[in-house]
Ligand binder design. Structure first.
Ligand code: PSZ
Length: 488
């Protein structure tokens, strides 16, 4: 285990006292520091340069990834940011964690990284053991696993697994494809290319490839100009907060959304376009951190089963610990595991867990050149070891408690600015009263050295790494309080 950095930091927020804090990643700065406008001059120059090659309108700043450390993102202008967004929720244990830097010092591991195989055809001898000891060690009760490249790619392939399973079941065990299926699929026509559908939810984000985009409904700009599929879309619950004051309304909301799911399944069946699967995020992330109750998910699973549709839970953003459990859907205590669970982001490799039913009978059906990257699995192995050794899921819960209590205080102090604090662990969000205020808050936070994210129309979202501690939470809350004073 690496040595820890211990420093006496001023802790902010509620306590406001001075005490020793121990950083989980050695060498972290004590606090944020912004010395230029953001983006600073060096970032701006690089943005202009990059923009001459591609559309770079989304770039906020250029990072210095040699210097960034732990929860602090350091940019090319030497600004130091407390990072509560972590590259869109994809840095599991902070920047330059010593355990990650160590991985490729091992020659076998370096060669594993350098010699990237086509895993579906020529995997190295380490592969089955690595899948078992790394990925399957955190499987949510599913015996099978496929690796993939990114979140979209994981969902795209998981959708195919759902369709392949559905048609296989219709066709019958051990019945071969008909000649008509083989010829019709080549021209995108049924029966070979069947008229099956996937049900998704308004506000969902599952990716930007063609099929995943058909199930993404968070922002028009993601979808405009791209042909798409007539697949059913149900409403996802939109709760009133605080939850305990609106229990009856929120339960009614669950019932209404579930009834719509059932109606759509029947409607599409009548149209000759049966629903082969349901895809859902445990917390709709891009769409605004919209939560739904455990009961909603339990019932959704029952509806899926009753109608012969597979249930795919997309844990690309919620997975790997940020909600205080490895998988967010574990909070829902489902009767049985979902049929498929997709992952990426903090898991570093994309992929999906699935049950035996979702396993195609023939090879080459869920396949591509690389099917993932063993190098990423080696990094994930180190991440999972750190999560275990440092008990980071407990850390997430502790930091999340401080963050959520602090956000609730800020909401109470500023009812005309903020509302609807919500989330689990450090996977938290709060609504600003409108988009303009939300955007203003994020800009002002950044000017004070704190990076947070946006989601939905008017939400601020937090996606810190699993090494985000109580003292980081207090710095965040202190800066947020200052910003709220300024925008009042
Ligand atoms: O604008 C974008 O493309 C963004 S911003 C955040 C994401 C994408 N998240 C990716 C994501 C996700 O949150 C969920 C729940 N499912 C799938 C994806 C797609 O993952 P990637 O981006 O790796 O393809």
């Amino acid at each position: 285990m690496w040595s820890r950095s211990v420093g006496v930091l001023k802790t902010f927020g509620r306590a406001g006292n001075t005490r020793a804090v121990t950083s989980l990643v050695p060498g972290e700065p004590k606090e944020p520091s912004v010395i230029t406008a953001v983006p600073g001059p060096k970032s701006q120059k690089l943005i202009d340069d990059l923009n001459s090659i591609n559309q770079s309108g989304s770039v906020q700043l250029f990072g210095n990834y040699d210097k960034s450390i732990g929860n602090y993102l350091i940019d090319v202008d030497e600004n130091i940011f407390l990072d509560a967004f972590t590259q869109i929720s994809s840095i599991p244990i902070g920047y330059n964690h010593p355990e990650l830097l160590k991985v490729f010092k091992d020659e076998h591991k370096l060669k594993t990284l350098v010699n990237r195989p086509a895993l579906g055809v020529f995997p190295g001898d380490y592969w089955p053991e690595k899948l078992r000891s790394v990925l399957l060690s955190v499987s949510p009760g599913l015996s099978q696993v496929m690796t993939m490249m990114c979140g979209s790619c994981s969902n795209e392939n998981a959708y195919k697994a759902l369709f392949i399973h559905y048609r296989g079941r219709e066709r019958g065990e051990d019945v071969d494809f008909s000649e008509l299926e083989k010829t019709s699929c080549m021209i995108n026509q049924p029966p070979g290319a069947p008229k099956l559908t996937l049900l998704s939810f308004h506000g969902a984000f599952h990716g930007r490839t063609m099929a995943t985009l058909a199930t993404t409904h968070s922002k028009a700009i993601h979808k405009l100009d791209v042909p798409s599929l007539d697949w059913p879309i149900a409403h996802f619950p939109r709760y009133k907060y605080p939850l305990h004051e609106h229990q009856r309304d929120n339960e009614a909301e669950d019932r209404q959304c579930l009834a719509e799911v059932q109606d759509l399944i029947e409607k599409y069946k009548k149209k000759g376009r049966p629903v082969a699967g349901i895809v859902v995020e445990p917390i709709q992330s891009e769409g605004g951190d919209n939560e739904a109750s455990p009961e909603f998910f339990q019932q959704l699973q029952r509806i899926a089963k009753h109608n012969g549709a597979g249930l795919l839970i997309d844990e690309v953003q919620t997975g790997c610990g940020a909600t205080g459990k490895m998988w967010c859907h574990e909070h829902f205590v489902l009767e049985s595991p979902p049929d498929i669970v997709t992952f990426s982001k903090k898991m570093l490799t994309g992929g999906f867990f699935h049950n035996l039913e979702m396993r195609p009978k023939q090879p080459y059906r869920i396949f591509n050149t690389w099917i993932g990257d063993p190098g990423k699995l080696l990094l994930l192995e180190a991440v999972l070891n750190v999560i275990k050794q440092e008990n980071l899921l407990h850390q997430v819960q502790k930091s999340g408690d401080v963050l959520k209590a602090g956000l609730l205080d800020l909401e109470k102090e500023n009812p005309s600015l903020l509302n609807s604090v919500r989330g689990r662990g450090t996977f938290l969000a709060v609504n600003a009263i409108d988009t303009k205020l939300r955007d203003n808050i994020l800009v002002k936070l950044k000017a004070k050295g704190v990076i947070a994210g946006s989601c939905g129309d008017h939400s601020v979202r937090l996606r810190p790494s699993l090494t985000f501690q109580e003292h980081h939470a207090n710095i965040f809350l202190d800066k947020f309080r200052q910003v709220l004073q300024e925008v009042k």
